[in-house]
Write a protein that binds this ligand. Structure first.
Ligand SMILES: C[S@@+](CC[C@H](N)C(=O)[O-])C[C@H]1O[C@@H](n2cnc3c(N)ncnc32)[C@H](O)[C@@H]1O
Length: 213
């Protein structure tokens, strides 16, 4: 298994649960929308193998180099600079995936609709988004003032339905810990505050698995 980096380390379980739920196979075609550093793209590339294809899409041209670097060993990853609102791919895909994206976009439903249009009929749309304020340090709620919709995870099943997709499954998972370890390191990298020995529950990630009917 390739080392996928810190974010994927702490949020590895929700990603693995979602990918296991789909039964995505070798040769599959997918898109990782808002790919950022490419952690999810690499995980998808490992599942679909060299005969598959992963489009890593991000609106920030700087993400292109980051995602390309992360996926250097995976020739099946194609990095594209494009806004999620304009998502257009060279082919229909089996799966459109986004993680920590809808919290930043102007209109999450517009993006989900666009993801729905990118998949083949019967294909999957999967979104993983946080409920930031449900995270805790020493019992106090977390916040993320820089995000447009920090708690979008709490609305996710309804937003997916509003985008015209059929919700097949939905659940939430949150990494937690106390003292030194990946959870404390991750929080410190996000906030530049070391939680020390305080107990931490990171923002639960709501996963919605949906189908284009
Ligand atoms: C917090 S990062 C998440 C990266 C990755 N999905 C992950 O889970 O590690 C959010 C990413 O979404 C991208 N992004 C924000 N708004 C976007 C939009 N409208 N279209 C495409 N990408 C966008 C940002 O450039 C950033 O790389």
């Amino acid at each position: 298994m390739t080392e996928l980096g810190l974010r994927n380390d702490v949020y590895r379980r929700p990603l693995a649960t979602a990918l296991g739920r789909l039964g995505l196979a070798e040769g599959g075609r997918c898109v990782d929308v808002g790919a950022g550093g490419g952690d999810v793209s690499v995980a998808l590339a490992e599942v679909v193998g060299r005969s598959g294809r992963v489009y890593a899409v991000d609106s920030d041209p700087r993400a292109r180099d980051e995602a390309a670097g992360a996926a250097a060993a995976h020739t099946q990853v194609v990095v594209i600079t494009q806004a999620a609102e304009d998502l257009t791919l060279p082919e229909a895909v089996d799966l459109a995936f986004c993680r920590f994206l809808l919290m930043h976009v102007l209109d999450p439903v517009t993006v989900l609709r666009r993801m729905g249009r990118a998949v083949r009929p019967g294909g999957w749309v999967v979104a993983q988004e946080p409920i930031t304020s449900a995270g805790r340090i020493a019992g106090s709620p977390l916040s993320m003032p820089g995000a447009r919709h920090p708690d979008v995870g709490a609305l996710l099943p309804a937003l997916v339905r509003d985008a015209g997709l059929e919700v097949v499954d939905a659940w939430a998972e949150a990494p937690a810990g106390a003292g030194p370890g990946p959870v404390a390191d991750y929080l410190a990298s996000l906030t530049e505050v070391d939680p020390g020995d305080d107990p931490v529950v990171l923002p639960p990630l709501v996963t919605v698995v949906a189908r284009r009917s």
